[in-house]
Design a protein around this ligand. Structure first.
Ligand code: NOJ
Length: 498
């Protein structure tokens, strides 16, 4: 008896330890109601940058600078020409059998001045047509209100660093709910606050946007969080009863793996996760920034001679305003880093990174993709979901982006398939073994598109786009066929057990 139970325990341990390394592919189907989708964003695919009354946005502005800060001087002027070819895009989605399409609205296409004094009916009509086409094909629209393309008029006034942004965003969101809310049941206020604020106003997009390290990212985030919360409350008061939709936010970042088992490195991981994810989700759940952020930024600000912390404080009313303002949490995840504690004594260094007191890096030997930042580390996906699920219990989560880039956009993209398989396996593990409550997964991206400062040099698409042809011809890659099978079978391997 003793020996048989020892044997049983041995089997159990080896099963779970194998699972915990995340190397074997999970062969359980995803639940029946689990949704699979694909994503894009307005500036990255639409083109038609100055057609039908659209106003200039900050990416039109950046990409038209001379000299251009973008690889190969690429622009999104035409991009995938989705403004004209949206029916083809929907046909591709249909072909892949996805449940939903995540796309974003171009603010300056709908409100050319950035303000709500003039609504561009042709812009509104474009999105109505897209949504209609999706619904006709039984594909659910998941709509991001803001995905990086701020109207240039608002950027000129300081963009998200200026608190006038808060009400401008609420005005824009109101127009979106009013015009499209009858047919849209999933809304995402902001895509990747961390990137908007840290890359946009902290580091600067490789000199493409203004940078004010250690200050800009906090001002921007403070305004973004209040804008998100006000828009959520406005939806609640003015639209929810009639429209019955769900309003969430999409946060992003790496999984930060402690570089050793030391308690210092474990603390480094926790700190950076708080500074990356907690930065946004903590206020939304608990009404305020994570304790470690408050402590670190207050401390360094005081040493640096600031009479007030560089991390602004919410008033009591704002705490009330923000707390509880999300119906679900979107997560964009691609990669991981190793971390160690490295507190800086150099108080002249005013920056977010110095505030974290953590150094992170990606080891050379980690499998790479076609991009410098995207190392393939599938088990990070499970770890991150587990961390979010444990820290923010009870929140429904959806992966709003995950994907792999190469540089040539080849059709036989086995590496992309392998990436998807291994990441999805870890995601399935997180659901099965760690109790993570996930209701959907989104592949980034439906097709190759404008990858911000990297232009068209990095390709994430399930469909290849020929950027040399005026037609912007789309061709399914091997991964698109693989994804079609997944959406139909809910299974990432050849054969699944139920
Ligand atoms: C995050 C962004 O949301 C998306 O716009 C970008 O193309 C992908 N990640 C890949 O970098």
């Amino acid at each position: 008896m003793a020996s048989s139970s020892a044997f049983f325990i041995f089997i159990l341990i080896s099963y779970y330890s194998k699972k915990s390394y995340g190397e074997e592919l999970n062969n359980k189907k995803f639940p029946k109601d689990f949704m699979f989708g694909a994503a894009t964003a307005s500036y990255q695919v639409e083109g038609a940058w100055n057609e039908d009354g659209k106003g200039e946005n900050m990416w039109d502005h950046i990409t038209h600078k001379v000299p251009s800060p973008i690889v190969n001087n690429d622009t999104g002027d035409v991009a995938c020409d989705s403004y004209h070819k949206y029916k083809e895009d929907v046909a591709m989605l249909k072909e892949m059998g996805v449940d939903f399409y995540r796309f974003s609205l171009s603010w300056s296409r709908i409100l050319p001045s950035g303000f709500d004094n003039e609504v561009n009916q042709l812009g509104v009509e474009h999105y109505r047509n897209l949504i209609k086409e999706l619904r006709a094909n039984n594909i659910t629209p998941v709509v991001t209100i803001y995905h990086f393309d701020l109207p240039q008029t608002l950027q000129d006034l300081g963009g998200l660093q200026n608190d006038f942004f808060i009400d401008r965003f609420v005005d824009f969101a109101r127009v979106c709910f009013r015009e499209f809310g009858e047919d849209v049941k999933y809304w995402i206020t902001f895509n990747e606050p961390w990137s908007i604020c840290n890359i946009g106003y902290g580091f600067g997009w490789l000199n493409a946007t203004a940078a004010s390290p250690g200050i800009g990212e906090y001002l921007c985030s403070h305004n973004l969080l209040r804008a998100h919360a006000k828009a959520w409350r406005m939806y609640d008061e003015e639209f929810r009863n009639d429209q019955n939709g769900l309003l969430g936010i999409t946060i992003s970042g790496n999984w930060f793996e402690p570089s050793t088992n030391s308690s210092a490195d474990i603390e480094a991981s926790e700190t950076l996760l708080q500074f990356t994810f907690g930065f946004y989700i903590h206020p939304i759940v608990h009404g305020d920034y994570p304790e470690v952020m408050r402590k670190n930024v207050d401390h360094r600000s005081a040493l640096q001679g600031f009479s007030q912390s560089r991390l602004p404080k919410f008033t009591q009313d704002e705490v009330q305003l923000i707390q509880g303002t999300t119906d679900f949490l979107g997560i964009n995840m691609y990669t991981s880093s190793l971390v160690t504690l490295e507190e800086s004594d150099d108080i002249s260094n005013i920056s977010y990174t110095a505030d974290t007191g953590v150094t992170s890096w990606q080891p050379e030997e980690w499998e790479s993709s076609g991009s410098s930042w995207l190392k393939v580390y599938p088990k990070g996906a499970r770890q991150l979901l587990k961390w979010l699920g444990t820290n923010y219990k009870g929140i429904k989560m959806i992966i709003t982006e995950n994907g792999y880039s190469d540089n040539d956009g080849e059709l036989e993209d086995d590496k992309r398939i392998s990436y998807y398989q291994r990441y999805l396996s870890n995601i399935r593990d997180a659901m099965e073994f760690d109790g993570v409550d996930l209701f959907g997964y989104t592949a980034w991206s439906l097709m190759d598109n404008f990858e911000w400062i990297n232009g068209y040099s990095q390709k994430f698409g399930l469909y290849q786009v020929d950027f040399n042809s005026p037609n912007r011809t789309r061709t399914p890659k091997k991964s698109a066929k693989w994804y079609s099978k997944l959406t139909r079978t809910k299974c990432i391997v050849d054969d699944c057990t139920e």
